[in-house]
Design a protein around this ligand. Structure first.
Ligand SMILES: NC(=O)C1=CN([C@@H]2O[C@H](COP(=O)(O)OP(=O)(O)OC[C@H]3O[C@@H](n4cnc5c(N)ncnc54)[C@H](O)[C@@H]3O)[C@@H](O)[C@H]2O)C=CC1
Ligand SMILES: O=C(O)CCC(=O)C(=O)O
Length: 411
């Protein structure tokens, strides 16, 4: 499989003028593992899943990145996503490297105790690679605070009480206030700054959001609170459109009551059903892809009518589509910044865990906002002064910081 990040990364390394050896070092994962995970299912019978962890780079701090439980994942996928984490942490200037991993299972088809066994077995297999100063997992698609609690338990069994082994935990176990909503909060804040920059009024702005999980639903809720009209949302099954704005708090409430992504379909509100492809092509001010990679590609990019795209998902716009959007003058706020709120509060959670001390939610939210705003300022200034896109500027800053750390540490 061709790397989705290479077309963004190589030009940044060209701009830095790195040697071939340094380029190779910066693009190659430090370590990647793939292993079998057997599970005896409740109805009987053995199933074999595959676990993955790619540790991309740790020159600026321990490996950091989420765990995805999804049937379609593979090593190539995680290689790209781990690399994204490295540049993202560097861009927002938190002392972590990049990693990503997960299991090729469909969490909707397993019950809670099967998932618990699988998650704990995953941690056992990775035992010597994980640790609060080595590699710190967190939630990504298909995982949540529940799985993070199991990870903490599995690790602490052999290593003693250590909440800093994982972030995105339940608050009762040392999770940080604000982490659950942090990625969506960051998406909403960055959207507001971008609107201000581009002369788009947030109040009343029409927004379409693809993906209504942790990130999409929290982003929708914050933007609704800021006065925007979220006119369309979707999940992996279908989408909904209501021209005068959806009742986002009401939809989230009923989704949470059933605790199942599927029930978005069953919610009773005065909206029409649309497909994910139709959602992407809506005539809106802002389009927020918050689901999976490559949902905006060369075959649908010409249909897009949004004035601004904010990448809440990782790598949702392919390189070909990105080039077309640049030609059409449609600004894209890149994933490296737009969804960095999650890992930023993960860092704050890890700091609190290491100090055995906790901050209030408003302290955490203030630190999140100032971290993202610093990165936003650096990114926009760099894009302006070099005449590059925001994505190019994000990669230039991220790769520059990682290169500097590698050189300072030596080989
Ligand atoms: N959870 C976090 O803190 C962070 C997540 N992200 C990224 O945000 C994205 C979403 O993650 P979460 O919200 O955590 O996942 P989630 O598992 O909570 O929700 C994913 C949502 O996307 C929908 N979906 C899945 N495939 C789809 C498709 N092909 N078309 C439309 N909708 C689809 C699902 O039905 C669900 O509504 C991912 O790209 C993830 O890597 C990025 C930074 C942090
Ligand atoms: O919170 C974290 O450590 C990682 C979040 C993540 O996986 C991401 O930013 O893509």
């Amino acid at each position: 499989m061709e790397s989705a990040i290479s077309p963004f990364l190589h030009p940044a390394l060209d701009r830095l003028g790195v040697s071939d050896e340094m380029r190779h070092l910066m693009i190659t994962p430090y370590r990647e593992v793939k292993f079998g995970l057997p599970l005896v299912c409740h109805e009987g019978g053995l199933k074999l899943y595959t676990g993955f962890r790619v540790q991309h780079n740790h020159s600026r701090g321990p490996f950091k990145g989420g765990l995805r439980f999804h049937p379609d994942v593979d090593l190539a996928h995680f290689r790209d996503l781990a690399s994204v984490m490295t540049w993202k942490c560097a861009l927002v200037d938190i002392p972590f490297g990049g990693a990503k991993g997960g299991i090729n299972c469909n969490p909707h088809e397993l019950n809670s105790s099967e998932l618990e066994v699988l998650t704990k077995r995953f941690v056992d297999r990775l035992d010597e690679m994980l640790g609060p100063d080595r590699d710190i997992p967190a939630p990504d698609m298909g995982t949540s605070p529940r799985e993070m609690a199991w990870i903490m338990e599995a690790h602490s069994k052999d290593h003693g009480y250590e909440p800093g082994i994982v972030t995105g935990k339940p608050i009762q176990l040392g999770g940080s206030p604000g982490r659950l909503a942090a990625t969506g909060r960051g998406v909403a804040l960055v959207t507001c700054w971008a609107c201000e920059n581009l002369g788009i009024e947030v109040q009343g702005a029409r927004i379409a959001i693809q993906g209504f999980g942790n990130v999409g639903s929290h982003a929708a809720n914050f933007l609704h609170d800021f006065g925007a009209k979220v006119v369309a949302i979707s999940n992996r099954h279908s989408g909904f459109y209501q021209g005068d704005g959806l009742d986002i708090p009401g939809i989230i409430k009923s989704r949470n009551e059933s605790d199942d992504d599927l029930t978005l379909q069953q919610i009773d509100f005065a909206a029409g059903e649309i497909s994910n492809e139709e959602l992407l092509a809506l005539d809106v001010d802002i389009l927020i892809p918050a689901a999976v990679e490559a949902t905006i590609h060369q075959n649908n990019v010409d249909q897009l009518r949004a004035r601004l795209i904010v990448e809440a998902a990782n790598l949702p716009v392919t390189a070909e589509a990105d080039a077309t959007l640049q030609e059409r003058g449609i600004p894209v706020i890149p994933d490296l910044l737009a969804n960095a709120g999650g890992v930023t509060v993960s860092y704050l959670e890890w700091v609190q865990n290491r100090q055995r001390y906790s901050w209030t939610e408003s302290e955490v939210n203030n630190k999140l906002e100032s971290t993202l705003h610093n990165a936003w300022k650096q990114l926009t200034e760099s894009a302006k002064s070099t005449g590059s896109s925001r994505r190019e500027a994000a990669y230039t800053i991220g790769t520059q910081r990682v290169k500097e750390a590698i050189e300072l540490r030596g080989f």
